[in-house]
Design a protein around this ligand. Structure first.
Ligand code: FES
Length: 169
């Protein structure tokens, strides 16, 4: 239990230090509202999303309520409150893909990644998303990883495709 508390304190100190670094980059000496947006941008760049603990540090730094920070962070689409995967895997569940085996691709991905739709793998590398028509129905079933499209998919190809991205890190 003590180890967990020590790790938590260490983690908190790290978040404070990273937000401090963001604040230096964001030049927070302007008006508080402008400073808030600039600082949230830096925090998003630093962490890849806006962690809850970072909002508390920003709140303290700018003397603004955390609820206000939360409101700004959720108002703009650019900001995310959840970590984002490095590789976003989309599987098409449009009609053409569905009738040609898209559901089997989805099941294989869930097994290989160990996540449900929309979730992130524990290493932060992948997230899985189900989408409608990716625009190449004649080549169904279709899967996409970031900008790379895989056509005429079969479940047996899934592990090899994922391995390629794991190798890239
Ligand atoms: S239905 Fe899957 S690409 Fe169109």
């Amino acid at each position: 239990m003590k180890t967990v508390q020590i790790d938590k304190k260490k983690q908190d100190r790290e978040i404070v230090s990273r937000v401090e670094r963001c604040a230096r980059k964001a030049a927070c000496d302007t008006d508080r509202q402008g400073a808030l947006l600039a600082l949230l941008h830096e925090v998003q760049n630093e962490f890849g999303y806006i962690p809850r603990a970072a909002m508390d540090v920003v709140s303290e730094k700018l003397s603004l309520p955390t609820a206000h920070i939360y409101g700004m962070a959720t108002f703009y689409n650019y900001f995310s409150l959840k970590p984002k995967a490095k590789y976003k895997v989309y599987v098409c569940k449009g009609t053409a893909c569905y009738v040609s085996g898209g559901a089997r691709i989805i099941e294989r991905l869930k097994t290989e990644l160990g996540v449900a739709e929309g979730d992130l793998t524990s290493d932060g590398l992948f997230s899985m998303h189900i989408t409608r028509c990716l625009g190449c129905c004649g080549l169904s079933p279709v899967m996409q990883v970031n900008d790379e499209v895989y056509v005429r998919m079969v479940p047996e190809r899934v592990p090899g495709i994922l391995a390629k991205y794991r190798t890239l890190g």
